[in-house]
Design a protein around this ligand. Structure first.
Ligand code: PLP
Length: 459
């Protein structure tokens, strides 16, 4: 231990009074600066005590360190990142990005008073959910519609309202776990409903449901296997068969669609993802889906179907605990309007990314690659496969392009870390010793930042 060095570490107040510090930290609030100076000096002390510091840095260096520390501490914790993973609905990166119109609507609702629960026609109290109900019924063909905080809440509400104290019949092949401990059997249990599993993992026939129907049965449930597929020797029951059976026995048929696409994704080569409209057309009584998966809107759980059931949900005591806020409703209304106006494919980022043509993606990759080379970064365009993500369409890879960087004189892990610490953070992938940035999820206005950060990291 070096007692002499320890004694030479400046006092917090002395460093705070230094003109050098004042010159580099003019924009930093005093409280934050005091914290930062304390932190920097504490680090010095532990460095000296551990014997890793042979000499103390000068006042200029300490001032810079304190300024950098204060700026880092004042950054918002939840902030934007550059998504170079090629996963469109990246759950950890916030799932769907809103359209400009939806984001503006949410901001306006946040900053102003609104007609949230006010009916201008009568001057009296209005209905919070009325803002999206007409759009939802017009777009899906359902009789009625309702919205809660997310699809997990929607499923909870539907089962609580329709099946508490009774049985729900579901195929063994559809007992989904979507992560975050949301598992169909356990959700049923927490709603006070009993799960009656029928069929086997790979095959379930209509007669399996039929045989299980009894006095305790409250509903037949279909769950979209959004994040896995059972392939090979399989048999599932169609919605038409299931609704015919349910209705013959006076039982509601409910479906958790998971993603809930309003667009036919087979147009972009994505198969096996049913549309919400298909489900309603097949006669399913209650359908629920997420707002921030393939719909491309805000986090929400959308419930559509027969009015008699939707009315039950609106009156259920749990509903108040799942109420959506005004920003969500404003963003959802604007998102749905884009579908109604026929501009969804261009305006909604999720759909624009899903439907991007390989040639357009190639051109974007070429543009980024050229920009990187210009900055002296050794880059190349490589073919890759992107994913929809968010537990949607698990088997489908979307052919695309990435820009690959194989750093010289630096490990690829070190490059990945450096970019993650750039401002804003850049999140890419490492594959076979290369650093990859998939262009499908990268916005073009982020390209200059990517080039600067890459150049800086490789310096
Ligand atoms: C994603 C998903 C949910 C949950 O939806 P959230 O909006 O994330 O709450 C429920 N069921 C299925 C089948 C899903 O894919």
């Amino acid at each position: 231990m070096n007692n002499q060095l320890l004694r030479e570490i400046p006092k917090v107040d002395d460093l705070l009074r230094s003109p050098t510090l004042a010159s580099v930290c003019a924009d930093i609030p005093h409280g934050a600066l005091v914290e930062a100076v304390r932190g920097v000096l504490a680090e010095l002390r532990s460095g000296v005590l551990a014997g890793t510091l042979a000499a103390l840095p000068g006042e200029a260096e300490l001032s810079q360190a304190a300024a950098a520390r204060a700026r880092r501490a004042s950054m918002p914790s939840l902030r934007g990142v550059v998504n170079g993973t090629g996963v469109i609905l990246h759950t950890n990166l916030g799932r769907a990005c809103l359209s400009k119109a939806a984001a503006n609507a949410a901001a306006a609702a946040a900053q102003n008073y609104s007609t949230l629960e006010y009916d201008r026609e009568t001057g009296k109290r209005g209905e919070r959910y009325a803002h999206v109900e007409k759009l939802l019924t017009a777009l899906t063909g359902a009789e009625s519609a309702f919205v809660v905080n997310n699809n997990a809440a929607a499923v909870l509400l539907i089962l609580s309202a329709l099946a508490a104290g009774g049985e729900v019949i579901t195929s063994r092949g559809e007992l989904v776990e979507i992560g975050g401990s949301f598992r169909v059997p356990e959700i049923m249990e927490s709603c006070g409903a009993r799960l009656r599993e029928v069929g086997t993992t790979n095959k379930t026939y209509i007669r399996d449901y039929e045989r299980a129907i009894g006095l305790e049965t409250r509903a037949l449930m279909k769950v979209h296997t959004s994040n896995y597929r059972i392939v090979g020797f399989t048999e599932t029951v169609s919605r038409e068969e299931l609704t015919a059976l349910g209705h013959a026995h006076g039982l509601p048929v409910i479906e958790d669609l998971g993603s809930g696409s309003l667009t036919d994704l087979s147009l972009f080569g994505i198969r096996g993802e049913p549309t919400v409209q298909e489900s309603i057309r097949a006669g399913v009584d209650v359908v629920s889906f997420s707002g921030d998966k393939l719909l491309g809107g805000p986090q929400a759980g959308i419930i559509i179907g027969k009015k008699q059931y939707i009315d039950l949900f609106k009156r259920h005591p749990l509903t108040r605990a799942m109420r959506v806020d005004k920003m969500t409703l404003a963003a959802l209304e604007a998102t749905l309007r884009a579908y109604a106006d026929g501009t969804a494919l261009q305006e909604i980022p999720t759909l624009a990314m899903l439907s991007a043509e390989p040639a357009a993606l190639r051109a974007r990759a070429d543009a980024l690659c050229a920009m990187l080379k210009e900055a002296g970064v050794p880059a190349a365009v490589v073919p890759v496969e992107d994913q929809v993500g968010g537990g949607s369409v698990p088997m489908q890879m979307l052919p695309s392009y990435a820009v690959a960087v194989s750093p010289e004189g630096m490990s690829v892990d070190a490059l990945e870390t450096a970019l993650r610490f750039s401002e804003p953070p850049i999140i890419g992938r490492i594959d076979h010793g290369q650093y990859l940035l998939h262009v499908r999820t990268l916005r073009e206005d982020a390209f200059p930042h990517v080039a600067d950060a890459m150049k800086e990291a490789l310096r």
